[in-house]
Write a new protein. Sequence first.
Length: 97
Amino acid sequence: MKIKIHELAVQEIEDAIEWYEMQSRGLGERFRHAVIAQMSKIKIHPGWYPIEDGVIHKAYLPKFPYKILFSIDETTIIIWAIAHLHRKPWYWQNRLC
């Protein structure tokens, strides 16, 4: 399966990396690696992750208060959001088309 990342999810990743890097040098890079590692696991076994809402699955990032929200079709995993766990819980739903 291939992974497609919504443009706003890409921006969320970049914003979080920048914020974490401002907090502590190297922490942004650790966040980036956590996202990449979790996406690799999602790509291998997308159906293993619990349902968040309807057809949207969630995968938590280890050591960071974020979750990856994604859907699965026959050939593609679509990452809709990289959502902080303590902010606006359903803000990403308007991205679904």
